[in-house]
Design a protein around this ligand. Structure first.
Ligand code: PRP
Ligand code: URA
Length: 212
């Protein structure tokens, strides 16, 4: 089940809630964190892809002809490095035919602005493609907005953002700049602290997945 608040879907499921609690726990060690992050990624991507366009197709079962479903959307996955790789792994398992474009962004620790260090995009994209920007932490929103803007500039209209956690400040920044972007997350936390970390949050996602 999904709690829908216009363009923000906060997934509401005991499995997701328990996984997020495990990620929040400072005692969760790296390999448990990674395993649980992959699980939570599967739940989030599954919900984020709920409204993919489908068509009816025929299927032959062992007992004869039946009717079935095929996804028709052209799906793009855009993981924000580094932590977004875990969401991409889950999303690619669920949608093996999707295209993946990695976006390298690093937050400047002083200014908290996102600095780009990698982006390899094609010359053009179908304007009606489904793009999923995958960034586990929506904090100030600088990284998410930088990633979204790369696709918006190419004329892509159907952009979704998938995050483990969001701060209200990040949700506002994304929707001030990109009102049509749908955000799927497991929680909207209280606030950002003075260092731009989500509170209570889960700490530094990249460091907890890959090490400092
Ligand atoms: C983290 C996180 C997000 C970003 C969110 O990445 O994975 O991409 O910060 O913060 P923002 O909303 O304020 O921009 P970081 O820059 O630490 O890079 P990493 O994933 O490589 O550790
Ligand atoms: N990036 C993280 O990894 N964690 C936060 O809380 C904020 C940004």
């Amino acid at each position: 089940m999904v709690l829908t608040n216009t363009k923000v879907n906060v997934i509401d499921h005991p499995l997701a809630a328990q996984a997020l609690t495990k990620l929040r726990d400072f005692q969760t060690v790296s390999h448990d964190f990674r395993f649980t992050a992959l699980r939570l990624s599967q739940y989030l991507v599954y919900e984020a892809m709920r409204d993919l366009k489908v068509k009816e197709v025929g299927v032959e079962t062992p007992l004869g002809p039946g009717s079935g479903t095929a996804i028709v959307d052209y799906v793009i996955l855009a993981p924000v490095l580094r932590a977004g790789l875990i969401l991409a792994e889950a999303a690619q398992d669920l949608m093996p035919n999707s295209r993946i474009y990695h976006i390298g962004l690093r937050r400047d620790e002083e200014t908290l602005e996102a600095k780009s260090y990698y982006a390899k995009l094609p010359e053009s994209l179908p304007p009606d493609c489904r793009t999923y920007v995958l960034d586990p932490m929506l904090a100030t929103g600088g990284s998410a907005c930088a990633a979204i803007s790369l696709f918006a500039k190419m004329g892509v209209q159907n952009i979704h953002l998938v995050s483990f956690l969001a701060a209200p400040e990040g949700v506002k920044r994304v929707h001030d700049q990109f009102p049509n972007v749908v955000i799927t997350t497991a929680s909207i936390d209280n606030n950002l602290n003075e260092f731009g970390y989500i509170v209570p949050g889960l700490g530094d996602a990249g460091d907890r997945i890959f090490g400092t």
